[in-house]
Design a protein around this ligand. Structure first.
Ligand code: MLC
Ligand code: AMP
Length: 507
């Protein structure tokens, strides 16, 4: 019986005393001890009646136990569904019910608020806190420490990750065992990760970057991670001397550069810094090299495909580009309307094909057909150019998307929220450059005739309904929105007038 993802990522480490997680309190969890926890969690899930193919939705803080729950799901053939800890109950309600989750694991402190959500979706509610305690851990504690891996096919689902959409409704990207395994293999090879590596891990583990790129790569390579609950500048500076490598969103790197203690001496021993999830400014790349002597390696990916391209480990890490397609991955630049391939050097929409490309959107066959062509090409929605020497540059977005500190925000979702507020006739949401987050949200509102918009009330409602990173950080009030002759809102015009740079102190 085989379970390809478990067999490659986890099974080789069973019973080993090699270090896996270096924790904030100075302790270290070995691979073997971690996998024992995972086995007990897998038994706990079975005891709850969860079987292969079922979804387990999790809205929990980052912890070794949270990662053990991921390992348990993979071993038991259960589909892991991690959710951003910033989501509000209103947002979570949709994910838990749409995924038809069998179990919903939340923080103990939010159990009361989550109970109605779980019950409406028919999911069992369990708890697991950032300190590793909760009803799930209690149940796992009395379980056997061995669990036989459940057989899976490469095409079976391993995870469901929700990404927002241009229509405002989030779509669950179905990722298979083969999607995740092929990508981890390609990245270990390209980035030369080995069991000697210690990765500084300060990313959240509810997205592709922190979970599949960082964690799967380190599991496959057999190395260790300095596993921090979040990106805290002081802790990162203190722990960098023990690391060989780090992965981060551009905000991590700009925050480090803003601190004079981050210098050549601190990171001279490091092997590799990798950036992704949002564009790294060429200027940041240059500053980083001037300060540290390291050239950041930028790569490009997305939830639906995991990683697609990467700058070379050896060779020219070219600022402002995302490098070449990974082994086994094909890219082409196409006309947005006809999907026909454009000549080399022209700008168009990037299409991607390979074993990394997801299986489709959960219970959304039409959306899947729109974005995943019958011959396997996935339409990324990113505008790009490929040079004659094969370097890919992401030049913009064909999709209406804001990326703030590495989190995606789809304006449509925020506009639907704003349009529903008292006194608001209509709205348009745009991104504006932000010194810390790269981009941040600006809302342009049009009042209903004779109405006065109560911004304080809208901000209060936003706190209730929208994850913090999605909340507009600036508001503009206009009499009408600029539209073209077809009636389409002219966001370029709004960006030109209202998309001014956020001041450094704004957040
Ligand atoms: C937090 N806040 C943000 C924010 N993160 N606002 C805008 N954009 C963000 N990204 C807000 C909170 O709502 C809160 O607001 C305030 O900032 C403080 O919250 P915090 O949690 O203490 O913030 P901080 O620790 O500073 O977090 C910033 C960050 C974090 C950049 C370290 O957002 C982060 O780790 N981002 C990584 C995202 C990521 O992993 N993306 C990968 C996606 S996968 P208030 O008002 O309540 O005080 C993907 C595929 C690929 O894209 O290619 O990798
Ligand atoms: P997500 O849906 O969260 O997976 O975000 C994926 C999107 O992030 C991609 O479609 C790109 O628009 C963007 N992205 C990821 N990495 C990069 C990068 N290195 N440069 C530019 N954009 C990136």
């Amino acid at each position: 019986m085989t379970n390809p993802l478990y067999d490659a990522l986890f099974a080789p480490h069973e019973g080993k005393t090699t270090p896996f997680l270096h924790l904030p309190d100075g302790s270290t969890l070995s691979h073997g001890a971690f996998l024992q926890q995972a086995n007990q969690m897998a038994h706990a899930l079975s005891a709850l009646g969860v079987t292969a193919g079922d979804r387990v939705a999790v809205h929990i803080e980052k912890s070794p136990q949270a990662l053990a729950l991921y390992a348990a799901c993979i071993k038991a053939g259960i589909v892991f569904l991690p959710l951003n800890t910033a989501y509000t109950p209103k947002e979570l309600d949709y994910f838990v019910s749409d995924s038809q989750a069998a179990v919903f694991v939340c923080d103990p402190g939010e159990a009361d608020a989550m109970a109605p959500i779980a019950s409406a979706a028919g999911a069992k509610l369990m708890t697991l806190g950032g300190d590793g305690r909760g009803r799930l851990t209690d149940l796992a504690a009395s379980q056997p420490t061995h669990f036989a891996a459940v057989a899976r096919e490469p095409d079976d689902l391993a995870a469901l990750l929700y990404t927002s959409g241009t229509t405002g409704r989030s779509k669950g990207a179905m990722l298979t065992q083969e999607n995740l395994l092929s990508n981890a293999r390609a990245l270990v090879e390209c980035w030369h990760f080995t069991a000697k590596d210690v990765l500084l891990h300060a990313l959240p583990i509810f997205h592709s970057h922190g979970l599949f790129v960082a964690t799967n790569v380190m599991l496959l390579a057999g190395g260790a991670m300095i596993f921090l609950p979040k990106f805290d500048l002081e802790t990162v500076l203190a722990r960098l001397p023990q690391a060989t490598s780090m992965m981060g969103v551009p905000t991590f790197y700009t925050r480090l550069l803003d601190d004079a203690r981050f210098d050549r001496d601190l990171v001279g021993h490091m092997r590799l810094f990798i950036s992704g999830s949002a564009p790294l400014l060429a200027e940041t790349h240059r500053q980083f090299e001037a300060r540290t002597g390291h050239r950041i390696l930028e790569r490009y990916g997305m939830t639906e495909t995991s990683m697609n391209t990467s700058n070379p480990y050896e060779g020219d890490r070219r600022a402002g580009t995302v490098g070449h397609p990974l082994p086994g991955v094909e890219v082409r630049v196409c006309d947005p309307a006809t999907h026909s391939e454009l000549p080399v050097g022209e700008i168009g929409v990037l299409h991607v094909r390979g074993p990394n490309v997801f299986k489709g959107y959960w219970r959304m066959p039409e959306k899947t057909r729109e974005e995943l062509l019958p011959d396997g090409w996935f339409i990324t929605g990113d505008l790009s150019r490929v040079d004659t020497d094969g370097y890919v540059t992401i030049v913009g977005r064909g999709k209406d998307l804001i990326i703030s500190g590495g989190y995606n925000i789809y304006p449509k979702e925020i506009e639907l929220f704003l349009d529903a507020q008292p006194g608001v006739k209509e709205s348009a949401v745009i991104g504006a450059p932000h010194p810390d987050f790269g981009e941040s949200v600006v809302a342009v509102l049009v009042p209903e005739s004779g109405a006065k918009i109560d911004l304080a009330a809208i901000e209060a409602a936003a706190r209730n309904e929208l994850a913090g990173f999605k909340r507009p950080r600036r508001f503009e009030i206009l009499d009408v929105l600029p539209r073209n002759t077809m009636g389409k809102v002219q966001k370029n015009e709004l960006r030109a007038t209202y998309g001014t740079v956020f001041q450094p102190k704004a957040s």
